[in-house]
Design a binder for this molecule. Structure first.
Ligand code: CP
Length: 313
């Protein structure tokens, strides 16, 4: 048993769950649990990041992640700046590294970055002394999403080890899937990925997951399912005939859920395409923890911001 309290955090950045050990992931979850308590108080604020400044630098749209990082930073008493990339000097051709260095020259402590290019946060982290937190990069990783998924699952089912978790849908374009696979397998869960062949990336089984194209097989014995958003903006046009066809074969309906374990936990990172990945009845039903995931995102992001800001370098 790891004594999580005694872990000395050494990573200045959070770039992906691939780069964290099991103990480091557990330490983030442990830290998040104590911040979750803060978020339930009447005054939901602690001085842990007083005097620090966090910049949210989002090159892609976001509702949940951006608001959640802003709230997390404010709950820790940090100053927060949201950069609207569309109205920044990025539009004049400034590179990511130059933007990062200029932000750093303004004495920023943490840069939270979302980018459409896989690896952009890694490049930024090598170029600045400030901490860099990946808020989703291309098809690569979305580490805080996976951490909040895992945190929610652990809160619901009491453990991660030996749980059967099926990740369903657009695996090919999904940074959420990759981060969940890294995190869940490191913590000892049995992970299955399920999608049409056209949405399964080659070699995914090397990540330690079972692969199936049969949805009924994927959900039959699952303790939890994480249903991914169909990334219609990333050209999925050739992957399946129509959205209706996709729902018939791979959508989670109330009917399908009846064949699952009674207490199956239904997750979705959002935003949901209702009637494509799942029915509204499932999204809003009693097995769904989708809004709890969003709530837990604040505590998880508080933990991440706190740890990277206090990393022993
Ligand atoms: N889950 C997620 O990343 O949602 P947003 O794109 O709204 O941040």
């Amino acid at each position: 048993m790891v004594n999580e309290k005694k872990m000395i955090w050494t990573k200045k950045d959070l770039l992906g769950l691939e780069y964290l050990s099991k103990e480091e992931i557990e330490h983030i979850l442990y830290t998040a649990a104590s911040f979750k308590e803060v978020t339930t108080r009447q005054i939901k604020k602690v001085p842990a990041l007083r005097g620090k400044t966090v910049v949210n630098l989002f090159y892609e749209p976001s509702t949940r992640t951006r608001i959640s990082f802003e709230l997390a930073a404010k709950r820790l008493s940090a100053d927060v700046i949201n950069v609207a990339v569309e109205s920044s000097s990025v539009r004049k051709g400034e590179t990511l590294i130059d933007t990062g260095r200029n932000i750093e020259a303004l004495k920023i402590d943490i840069i939270v970055v979302r980018h459409d290019c896989s690896g952009a946060p890694n490049i930024l982290a090598r170029s600045v002394k400030a901490s860099v937190v990946n808020a989703g990069d291309g098809w690569h990783e979305h580490p805080t999403q996976a951490l909040l998924d895992i945190f929610t699952l652990k809160s619901k089912l009491g453990r991660i080890e030996d749980l059967s978790v099926s990740i369903i849908g657009d695996i090919a374009h999904s940074r959420v899937a990759r981060s969940n696979i890294w995190g869940l397998t490191k913590l000892g869960a049995k992970v299955t990925v399920c999608a049409p062949k056209t949405l399964i990336p080659e070699g995914i089984e090397k990540m330690g997951v079972k692969v199936t194209n049969d949805l009924d097989e994927a959900i039959r014995e699952a303790d939890a399912i994480n249903v991914l958003r169909m990334q219609l903006e990333r050209d999925t046009s050739g992957a399946f005939p129509t959205k209706i066809d996709f729902f018939k074969q791979y959508g989670i309906s109330e009917e399908r859920l009846k064949a699952c374990k009674k207490g199956i936990v239904v997750m979705h990172p959002g935003p949901i395409n209702r009637g494509v990945e799942m029915s509204s009845g499932v999204a809003d039903g009693q097995n769904s923890v989708i809004l709890e995931q969003v709530t837990n995102g604040i505590a998880v992001r508080m933990a991440v911001l706190y740890l990277v800001a206090h990393a022993k370098r």
